[in-house]
Design a protein around this ligand. Structure first.
Ligand SMILES: Cc1ncc(COP(=O)(O)O)c(C=O)c1O
Length: 384
């Protein structure tokens, strides 16, 4: 089909011309804050495994136990025979912990977000999203039937203004912690703006596990309870998948009508077993959050005077370098010196805001952060 060939060739060439081509780099394993690639070991500053659970012996063992008990796969979608007792226990545990009546499991945060917005919103509704919400939310808004408006990032005044306009059935969505900027949403103010006016939803992919009492997340920290809370398992839980927590009737509605739920093979029960264990680890192993906090102080101490530093009180540390080429060059030079960082470029972030996205995990130690700051300082001195 020449039309397809031409389109694909053109798009790839355009990406390459813009210096925006992305490449899959297969590594040979990640453990204890190190990534192994082509026989070399790198200090790994680009994952989202904030609490260091993904490679913890305890969680690996829990998954192995789950495999022994439940086998490898779920074998069917949830409404057929893919939903087991351990899936149910996982939902119950998450509800009891985070204060919701019921929940629906998905295989990824991406599908949880899309399913929720596609299913709940109709053409007569208005979706109001923070401008910097994750691609899964933005895309759902663009493809969905509801009218979408974006409010300025973390700007509750703008949100309030949009809510006072004559709009139908407003539904507000924000992240708890923004994935590329590492800043937190003003959840209390958003809750106030939405009170008696709109349903609201928080995607706390980067907050649950890390913030709040016992890691209960950004909403618990802010003392608010959105109508819908999305928790993803690919970050602090060290695994993958997601849950949408809400009222029983809404969960039932999603169970019946969310196509990503109805028509997709359920997550393996062994994974649900491991997730149940990760949920306990998050609540009981406060030392992981304490260590992360200490590392954040170290990061501030050694990075705050470097140009490009952005203060955040989350483990996501954007380091703004401006142009895409420079971000790539810096990431490449750091790689040569044994540090694995990701250069984040447009279209993921705005033009001129390319950055190194440095993430801290409980697997790091202070010396690694200090050494990274020293390397970056040297590179700046060399004019890179
Ligand atoms: C805020 C946010 N929501 C949703 C997702 C998607 O989650 P998943 O990776 O489980 O698909 C991500 C992933 O990066 C994210 O950062």
């Amino acid at each position: 089909m020449p039309a397809f060939n031409l389109r694909i060739t053109r798009a790839l060439a355009q990406r390459a011309e813009q210096g925006l081509t992305r490449t899959l780099l297969p590594h040979q394993g990640i453990a204890q804050g190190a990534l192994h690639h082509h026989g070399q070991s790198f200090v790994h500053f680009s994952g989202n495994d904030y609490l260091g659970l993904a490679n913890s012996a305890e969680l690996v063992q829990a998954w192995q136990q789950g495999l022994g008990r439940w086998g490898a796969g779920s074998s069917a979608s949830p409404l057929v025979t893919g939903f087991s007792d351990v899936h149910q226990r996982l939902i119950r545990e998450l509800c009891d912990w985070l204060g919701y009546e019921d929940g629906v499991l998905f295989n990824s945060g991406f599908s949880a977000n899309q399913a929720t917005l596609f299913t709940l919103l109709e053409a007569t509704d208005t979706l109001l999203q923070d401008k910097l919400n994750h691609a899964s939310l933005m895309e759902a808004g663009m493809l969905g039937k509801a009218k979408m408006k974006r409010f300025k990032h973390n700007d509750t005044q703008h949100l309030t203004q949009l809510l006072t306009d004559d709009i139908a059935n407003p539904f507000v969505v924000t992240e708890g912690v923004f994935s590329m900027d590492g800043d937190k949403a003003p959840l209390m103010d958003i809750a106030t703006a939405c009170q008696n006016r709109a349903w609201w939803m928080v995607d706390d992919a980067h907050g649950v596990g890390v913030h709040g009492p016992d890691g209960a997340g950004s909403c618990a920290l802010a003392g608010v309870k959105p109508d819908i809370l999305v928790v993803t398992f690919g970050k602090a839980f060290g695994l993958s998948g997601a849950v949408v927590l809400t009222r029983r009737e809404v969960a039932d509605y999603l169970t019946q009508f969310a196509r990503h739920h109805v028509y997709s093979t359920a997550m393996p029960p062994a994974q649900a077993h491991a997730l149940l264990h990760a949920t306990h680890m998050i609540q009981t192993q406060q030392w992981r959050r304490d260590k992360l906090n200490e590392l954040q102080h170290v990061y501030h101490d050694v990075f705050h005077f470097l140009p490009g530093y952005v203060a955040t009180d989350t483990p996501i540390k954007p380091f703004i370098v401006g142009e895409s080429e420079r971000a790539l060059r810096l990431a490449r030079c750091l790689k040569e010196r044994g540090y694995w960082l990701t250069a984040i470029r447009p279209p993921t972030v705005a033009q001129g805001k390319a950055r190194l996205r440095i993430t801290l995990t409980a697997d790091h130690n202070p010396e690694q952060i200090i050494a990274l700051a020293q390397e970056l300082t040297r590179l700046f001195e060399e004019g890179i």
